[in-house]
Design a protein. Structure first.
Ligand SMILES: Cc1cc2nc3c(=O)[nH]c(=O)nc-3n(C[C@H](O)[C@H](O)[C@H](O)COP(=O)(O)OP(=O)(O)OC[C@H]3O[C@@H](n4cnc5c(N)ncnc54)[C@H](O)[C@@H]3O)c2cc1C
Length: 385
């Protein structure tokens, strides 16, 4: 790249990490973000949107120098992971068994975005276009031009689309998607408990869909409940106290008292962009792929996209742009597809009530629990190694 100017559309976790890594390498970044990025307070109630970050994602956030900016009382390192099917034995993972300091880290998406933006604001080679959305994209031979909703025009050598699941970049480039609706919704419920911080995350598989517990810092936690859209709509219409009464029955494993602080519902949709690039524009993160959140892999896959593209832009800068972007697609697409498919097989089989599938599922859980090294290898793969 000659003048090293890059446009990034979307300043969520994936866009902000891309911007920071590239700006730290001396690229001039034009960062376009549609929504205001809110300044956060340490004592604010926990946000509903939280993610489990793999050790590999943590490493990337350390590399750009923001990991230490996440307040320790907003971050939970979890040591154990348990998963089981109703009436079946547990599959358990333990960080000590793997020789790791933690299996992963749970934090609010908004805090990760905030610390990345805080670091970006220190740099003078990042130009911010906040509260601005994209109107059009024009791909040229050696550059790409975007027009914003205030008619401002920006030209650069590359456009990186990180504008999430409903990506305007993807639509404006006319990149199709393969998608399906799981006909399930997922409810996120923030709770404040009367016990100390927990460090084990668990997931129970039921015929109606999984139920999960994610420990958060201090005495906070997040419950995840998959069910039919109708049931989730009904639950979402309840008061926090009414919801708590239902949780006491439906989440019997919660062995402590708690209060419901916040709740929200999300439809589950799988999407995969048919191609990851067109001309001088490329898609990363949820703009390229969304995955069933079952195993908490979405943003971790997005961070791997970032790492891959940034490595290519730095180490293969002699390649013509179309070859470089093709290489990015070849490296990332099969990996993302494999993870999407693995999650779907797991999810679909967990909901099947066909007796043979049930028996196989239970057998797989028992074999997996006793497989020693194999079980640990699978966990390490999920941790990004
Ligand atoms: C219920 C649920 C639970 C999840 N749990 C986990 C988990 O535990 N672990 C995990 O790894 N992943 C998890 N995920 C997935 C994870 O949340 C996403 O993969 C991640 O947020 C994607 O980040 P992103 O930056 O690609 O997109 P987004 O977070 O969607 O960010 C896109 C950004 O682009 C901006 N934008 C949008 N349109 C425009 C436009 N036209 N112009 C300019 N800016 C624009 C938006 O304002 C936003 O800031 C979960 C998802 C769900 C739904």
């Amino acid at each position: 790249m000659k003048n090293r100017e890059i446009i990034i559309v979307g300043g969520g976790m994936v866009g902000a990490l891309s911007a920071l890594l590239l700006a730290q390498q001396g690229f001039v970044i034009h960062l376009i973000e549609k929504n205001p990025v809110i300044k956060l307070a340490n004592d604010a109630p926990f946000d509903l949107r939280v993610s489990a970050f793999s050790a590999q994602s943590k490493k990337l956030l350390e590399q750009v120098g923001v990991w230490q900016d996440i307040p320790t009382d907003r971050l939970c390192a979890y040591q154990g992971l348990q998963t089981w099917e109703v009436g079946s034995s547990k599959l358990t993972f333990d960080s000590a068994e793997l020789g790791m300091e933690a299996l992963g880290y749970i934090a609010e998406n908004s805090w990760i975005q905030a610390v990345l933006w805080q670091a970006l604001k220190q740099l003078d080679n990042v130009v911010f276009y906040e509260n601005r959305a994209l109107l059009s994209i024009k791909n040229n031979e050696s550059s790409v031009t975007v027009i914003l909703d205030n008619q401002q025009s920006i030209e650069a050598e590359l456009l990186i689309g990180c504008d999430g699941a409903n990506s305007a970049t993807r639509s404006l480039l006319n990149i199709g998607i393969s998608a399906w609706d799981y006909r399930q919704h997922c409810m996120l419920i923030s709770i404040k408990t009367d016990c100390n911080q927990q460090d084990i995350t668990w997931q129970e598989f039921r015929e109606t869909g999984p139920c999960a517990f994610l420990p958060l810092a201090k005495n906070n936690a997040s419950l995840v409940w998959y069910h039919s859209p109708e049931k989730i709509k009904m639950l979402n219409s309840l008061t926090n106290n009414q919801l708590k009464e239902i949780l006491l029955i439906e989440f019997p494993k919660l062995s402590f008292d708690f209060n419901v602080i916040n709740k929200g519902a999300f439809p589950l949709t799988r999407r995969h962009a048919q191609t990851y690039f067109k001309g001088r524009a490329v898609l990363l993160g949820d703009a390229a792929h969304t995955i069933n959140p079952l195993a908490g892999q979405g943003v971790n896959l997005g961070f791997k996209d970032v790492q891959c593209l940034v490595d290519l832009l730095i180490n293969s800068s002699d390649l013509p742009m179309n070859k470089l972007l093709r290489r990015y697609e070849l490296l990332r697409k099969p990996h993302n597809l494999l993870m999407q498919t693995a999650m779907d097989v797991f999810y679909k089989s967990s909901k099947s009530n066909v007796t043979l599938v049930r028996l196989m599922r239970k057998a797989v859980l028992i074999v997996a629990q006793n497989s020693g090294q194999l079980k640990n290898r699978v966990m390490k793969y999920a941790m990004g190694y």
